[in-house]
Design a protein around this ligand. Structure first.
Ligand SMILES: [Zn+2]
Length: 111
């Protein structure tokens, strides 16, 4: 348990109400500081069918994808290892057939 100290007298005899906290020692009332939020506007990545993808999901390719110069092709229907979402236009990092790849979410569906 973390102790809350009164901002006025810095004692920790604090009564916690849903909307306010009250210091028993000096009677000061204040609004609790909101819990730090998760980063505002978490990025929502959707697959080809509009399903929201999350870290740890597995996805399946819906079409063949050429890698790099086209020397390797990942076949449609290949299932990935659990994915990691990132920034950029290739939102999904994962392994397919043991190859680390970055994929566009529009080329996969949630497994
Ligand atoms: Zn106080």
């Amino acid at each position: 348990m973390s102790e809350t100290a009164c901002p006025m007298c810095e004692l920790t005899d604090v009564l916690k109400f849903p909307k306010k906290w009250e210091c028993v020692a000096c009677g000061h009332e204040w609004e609790p500081v909101a819990e730090p939020d998760a980063p505002a506007e978490p990025r929502v990545v959707k697959d080809a069918h509009g399903n929201v993808l999350a870290n740890g999901d597995c996805v399946v390719l819906i079409k063949d994808l050429k890698l790099g110069g086209g020397s390797q092709v990942l076949k449609g229907g290949t299932k990935s290892k659990p994915i990691r979402l990132g920034d950029g236009d290739h939102e999904i990092s994962c392994k397919l057939d043991g190859i680390a790849v970055a994929l566009k979410a529009c080329f996969v569906k949630k497994a």
